[in-house]
Design a protein around this ligand. Structure first.
Ligand SMILES: C[S@@+](CC[C@H](N)C(=O)[O-])C[C@H]1O[C@@H](n2cnc3c(N)ncnc32)[C@H](O)[C@@H]1O
Length: 253
């Protein structure tokens, strides 16, 4: 049973081909009108991406910045033990999931000892913290040797990099915020430098390649078919065309 009480079978996107991307793209349009359906499917999709690299049943997964718990629910539905860590109680309670055992915690200072988790997972959190490399370092710290670190984020020069400020963020965050306020007569939910921070694919990849305690297992546009992976190898283009980077790493012994 899903957290909203439904027993619906969630489509499992086993393929990483074009059909999956088209289905996800169609789904994005329903984020506002049917968020439960949207998050159920997107969470199941991300969990399937993790399942390509690691067994889930019985494993301890730490969901960093897990929000309302959709991803935690999807991991639990696959038999994993999942701990949700989320700093904002409002985000945690913003949905039907109400995941049991959730802990209020900052991803940049995880309240966990070293090497406890089989899998650490973070979806669309990196761009919301002032020190993204510190959050990644914390995820690596709490992951067991041979354990998996899954990280996905929307980079700043993505067409969605400015979130609700998009596409005006391309003209600068100050301009984009003024434009938003004029148009909607309110401040945007995400404010650059407060709750939204520019993160770039190149700098994250360079920092991860420089680390000796992890190996990069996969790096590719999260929502695109697998064959779009080469985009991530091309500086400049990757910052605009990737949309959302999925980075899977394994902790070395
Ligand atoms: C866009 S939401 C993503 C929620 C969920 N992971 C998802 O993919 O739908 C960003 C989340 O990051 C959380 N967050 C912000 N700062 C954080 C921090 N320092 N540590 C952990 N999570 C943080 C927010 O509270 C929010 O729940």
């Amino acid at each position: 049973m899903w957290p909203d009480g439904s027993t619906q079978t969630v489509e499992r996107f086993d393929d990483a081909g074009l059909a999956r991307s088209v289905r996800l793209l169609r789904l994005f349009r329903s984020e506002q009108s049917d968020p439960d359906r949207y998050y159920t499917v997107v969470a199941a999709d991300a969990v399937q991406q993790v399942a390509h690299h690691a067994k889930l049943a019985g494993r301890l997964v730490v969901d960093v910045g897990g929000g309302a718990g959709w991803f935690t629910a999807a991991f639990r539905a696959r038999g994993a033990r999942c701990l949700l860590l989320e700093p904002d109680p409002a985000e945690l309670h913003d949905g039907p999931c109400k995941p049991a055992g959730a802990v209020i915690a900052d991803g940049m200072r995880l309240p966990l000892r070293d090497a406890v988790a089989d899998i650490t997972f973070s979806s669309n959190v990196l761009e919301h913290v002032p020190d993204p490399l510190r959050l990644i370092a914390e995820m690596i710290r709490v992951t067991k040797p041979e354990g998996l670190i899954y990280l996905a984020f929307t980079n700043w020069y993505s067409p969605w990099g400015g979130h609700e400020l998009s596409p005006w963020h391309y003209l600068g965050s100050g301009f984009a915020e003024r434009k938003y306020a004029r148009r909607y007569q309110r401040r945007p939910k995400h404010r650059v430098g407060e709750t939204l921070f520019p993160v770039h694919i190149g700098s994250v990849l360079r920092a991860m390649r420089a680390r000796e305690d992890i190996e990069i297992v996969d790096a590719r546009p999260r929502y695109y078919p697998q064959w779009c992976r080469p985009i991530v190898l091309i500086p400049a283009l990757r910052e605009i065309a990737t949309w959302n980077l999925m980075l899977v790493m394994r902790r070395r012994q």
